[in-house]
Each structure stands twice: as structure tokens, then as C-alpha cells.
Design a protein. Sequence first.
Length: 275
Amino acid sequence: MSDDVKIPLPQSLQEIVGSLLFASETPLTAADLRESVRAVEPEEGENREVMEVYKTCTGREIDAALKGLEKALDVAGCGFKLVCTGGTYRLQTSPGCGRYVRAMLKLDRPSRLGRASLETLAIIAYRQPITKSEIEEIRGVDVTANIKTLMDLQVIRLVGRSELPGHPFLYGTTPLFLEHFGLANLQQLNELDPTLQRSNPREKAAAYKKPVTQMELQQAAEEEEKPSPAEDEAEEELDDENEEYEEDEELDDEEDDEEEDEEELDDEEDDDDED
């Protein structure tokens, strides 16, 4: 190619973002897109000023370009659209064109989840993190087979262990779950059906705190009944004061007895003198 031939610059940041998403084999975050755009150094010549503008793009400008691209694809109706799942963006074929894409790629019809598995998945999505026993308590039936199916399809995963007795496994959804159902995040579940609000994460965390045993309750009660060091000192001072008070009373009683004896002796002497 001759050096005289100039490659035209993209007309907008939206055009650059669209080409990056089209060329990428994996979904990209807004930060990935911004980094890719800013990585290109401006060329010398008349294009430098325009390229400087792209190189200094901000996160807000990338977000605006993504929104513009999404709207443009919807209006164009070109068979694919911009999808955001779990904070990442990708271009995806329209659902209505799926049968034609599968026919071209010689792909089998994707397996569909049965009603029981869908119900189990919905419970996990709205109540995660959740244990198997809690799912069974809601559904009223054993869900072992359903959980295995969902794990094999990689739409749910183990997210930890509960602090409940036995430390059962906790289940939650995966990024593939968001991708499959076209959700940007789990908060969008509330928008799908306002009557099925997701559980509060803080309340769920509190529910999995280790329960207090009867022995721990008894120990806590004993600790409360046990007097503090300040109370012990106050009791000792009070006992000392009581002892001193009792000693003073005993001395007073002895003095009174002595005075009574002296009075009796005086009375006896007076009687003898009269005789």
C-alpha cells in the first residue's frame, strides 16, 4: 500500500467503541474500552489534534458512547445488539435470529430447563446465598437433582458455607446466569417482578451467624450475676463499717452495764446507812 494513501480516522468515539466490541473475543468493561482507546498514540500531521481528543477520553465519555451505540443498533435493526451483563459489554445476536444462527453453525437446539429446575433457580436467584434445606423448605420437595442440573449448566455455584449447625453449603448464581437471562446485575431481578424482591444481604448475613448455645447463655447469665471489682470493694467497705458499728454498740452496752452496777452498789450503801 502506498504511503500516500491515508486511512481515515473514526468519526466518533462511539465508532471506536463499536469496533472494539466487535473485534473482542471476550466481553469488555468500560474501563477496558477506555484503556484501549487511550493506548493509541497520536500520529504526526493533521490527524494529531483529533487523535489527542480520543486519547484523553474520560469514563463519562465512554459511557455516553456505549449508550449511543446501544440506541443506534436498536434503531438500525441489524440483527445484533449491545448487551451489558455483570458490568461487561458485548455484541450479541438478537434472540429472534437464534434459529438461523444455529442452523448456519450446525448447532443443536439448546436444552431447556424444566419447571422444577426453573423454580429452584428462581429461589436461589432471589434468596442467595441460600442452603439446600432452605430451598427445600420453600418448595416442599427434594431439590438434589435440580441443584445438580443447575450446577452442570454453570448457572449456580457454591459461594461458601453457612454458620448454621453442620455448616451446609451456600448456593448463588454465576455470571453465566446474568448473561443467559440478559441481566446487567442482580438488582434488575426486582424490576422483572416487583412482587418478588431480593432478600436483603445484611439480613441474610445476620441469619447465618452462629447460634448461641444454652451453655453460652448460662455462662453469660453467670457473668452478669458475678459482682464487678468495684462492687466487691464497696461491699468490703460496708462490711467494715458494720463491724465497727457493732463494736461501738458492744462497748456502749458494756459501759451501760458498768453504770448500772455502780448505781446498784450506791443504792445498797444508802440502805446500809439508813439501817
